[in-house]
Design a protein around this ligand. Structure first.
Ligand SMILES: CC(C)(COP(=O)(O)OP(=O)(O)OC[C@H]1O[C@@H](n2cnc3c(N)ncnc32)[C@H](O)[C@@H]1OP(=O)(O)O)[C@@H](O)C(=O)NCCC(=O)NCCS
Length: 165
C-alpha cells in the first residue's frame, strides 16, 4: 500500500507529471487544462513552503501515485474553512482505500488548523470521488449545472461541505 505523507520540495517534478496525467485522463473532473493550469513549478514551491497550505501525496517507494491539496484562505473571515483541490490517484492504485487515506489526511490537517469546515467541488462524472466524500461525511449543498464545459462535453459541479465537530 502507498504511504501518505506531505509533499516536499524535491517532489515537485513528480507532482507536475502526476497533475498533467490527472488533467489529461479526467478533463471533466478538473477545471484546469494542461495548457492553462496555474499549478506550475513556482506555484508548487509556494504551496509547499506556506504554513496554511499542504499537498498530501500517496507514495509507492520513490513514486508519487496520488495527491490532494488543501489550504486555508489568508483572509481572517475565511480562516475557519479549509478548501480542497486536485484529488487524484493513478488508476492502477484505485479501489484499495488510498483515496480515503489521502482525504483522511486532509481532515486531520483541517482539524489541526482549527477549521470548522472543509469545502470542495466535484463534478458529476466523478462517481467514485462523490461516494468517497459522502462516506467521509461530506454533504452536498447544491449542484451547479454546466460548471465545466469542455468543447461538446459539460459537467455539473456538486458543492460539498464537511462540518467538523
Ligand atoms: C477519487 C479517487 C481519488 C478515489 O480513490 P480510491 O483510492 O479509488 O478510493 P477508495 O478506494 O479510497 O474508495 C473510498 C470510497 O469511495 C467510494 N467509492 C469508490 N468507488 C465508488 C464508486 N464506483 N461509486 C461510488 N462510490 C465509490 C466508496 O465509499 C469507497 O469506500 P469503500 O471501498 O469502503 O466502500 C480516485 O477515484 C480518482 O483519482 N479519480 C479520478 C480523479 C477524480 O475524480 N478526482 C476527484 C476530483 S474532485
Amino acid at each position: 500500500m502507498p504511504e501518505i505523507r506531505e509533499a516536499r520540495a524535491r517532489d515537485i517534478q513528480q507532482l507536475l507529471a502526476l497533475r498533467l496525467e490527472a488533467l489529461q485522463q479526467h478533463p471533466l473532473a478538473f477545471s484546469s487544462s494542461p495548457d492553462d493550469d496555474r499549478l506550475d513549478l513556482e506555484y508548487l514551491q509556494k504551496i509547499i513552503s506556506e504554513d496554511r497550505q499542504v499537498i498530501f501525496c500517496a507514495v509507492h517507494g520513490e513514486n508519487i501515485v496520488g495527491m490532494v491539496g488543501a489550504f486555508v484562505q489568508p483572509q481572517r473571515k475565511l480562516s475557519h474553512r479549509c478548501d480542497v483541490w486536485g484529488a487524484y490517484l493513478r488508476a492502477s492504485e484505485r479501489g484499495h482505500g488510498v483515496g480515503r487515506q489521502l482525504m483522511e489526511a486532509v481532515v486531520d490537517q483541517a482539524r489541526s488548523w482549527s477549521c470548522e469546515s472543509i469545502h470542495l467541488g466535484v463534478t458529476s462524472g466523478s462517481k467514485e470521488a462523490i461516494g468517497l466524500y459522502q462516506s467521509l461525511g461530506f454533504v452536498s449543498c447544491g449542484i451547479v449545472a454546466r460548471a465545466i464545459v469542455d468543447g461538446e462535453h459539460a459537467a455539473s459541479e456538486h458543492i460539498m461541505v464537511f462540518h467538523l465537530e
